[in-house]
Ligand binder design. Structure first.
Ligand code: C5P
Length: 226
């Protein structure tokens, strides 16, 4: 569940409603910038697992420092952009070496909001599928086995990583839901059947008239697909 809300009160309101169906919460830029690291401690105190989605992308030394700082918050998973390059990914991996409970590092491949036209405008001539594969191969080479990809690439990344790979998949839209700014989307059942380890769901739950019922329906769809 993506806690894409502007403050602590809104985050805890969602957590209260969704606790029954959701054990992982994703803290992204909007909430982290507003609430600070204390929000992670608060969520861990509610017995939730925290996925810190700050998508680090900087020079290797800076990302290694950010990964060390984020690891001290005891989050279960955290993201960095695969586009930062193999040296940056290797520095991040090195930064968690030796930790007792290291977080799962996830390299973000191509954002689910990007289509071929958006990629081309960023100077990338490959298709999203080709670019995702290239970035994932670079991540594997740097020792990272966790990736964020869209539902469209999850089957090919599962083939690349094997069963040990951790594939986290946003761009999830139950049948008939509004896509919003997302371009490469699929239903929860289809992403699970293609090999996703975790699904990230934001607006289909946060913008629903009844978020608890929306979350429960997604959980049921996942259970039926497994
Ligand atoms: O509201 P929606 O379900 O589209 O939210 C998707 C969440 O997943 C957002 O928090 C977004 O930042 C995140 N995300 C994404 N695409 C990626 C990586 C993360 O949409 N490649």
């Amino acid at each position: 569940m993506a806690l894409d809300v502007p403050d602590v009160a809104a985050a805890l309101n969602l957590v209260d409603r969704l606790e029954a169906s959701c054990r992982w919460v994703k803290v992204g830029l909007e909430l982290f910038v507003a609430a600070g690291p204390g929000i992670v401690e608060t969520l861990l105190g509610r017995d939730l697992s925290v996925f810190l989605d700050l998508k680090f992308h900087d020079i290797p030394n800076t990302v290694a420092g950010a990964v060390r700082s984020a690891s001290s918050l005891d989050v279960g998973m955290m993201t960095l952009h695969a586009g930062g390059g193999p040296a940056m990914l290797a520095a991040a991996k090195q930064a968690i070496a030796g930790l007792k409970n290291p977080p799962q590092l996830l390299a973000v491949t191509v954002l689910t909001s990007m289509d071929q036209a958006q990629l081309a405008a960023s100077g990338v001539a490959r298709t999203p599928a080709e670019q995702v594969k290239l970035l994932a191969a670079g991540g594997l080479g740097a020792g990272i086995n966790g990736f964020v990809c869209s539902p469209e690439e999850v089957a090919s990344l599962r083939a690349l990583t094997g069963p040990e790979g951790v594939l986290v998949v946003p761009g999830i839209r139950p049948a008939g839901a509004d896509a919003g700014d997302q371009k490469r989307i699929a239903t929860p059942a289809s992403a699970i059947r293609d090999g996703a380890s975790y699904l990230v769901v934001g607006r289909p739950i946060t913008q629903a008239d009844n978020p608890a019922a929306a979350a429960e329906a997604i959980v049921q769809e996942i259970s039926a697909a497994i």
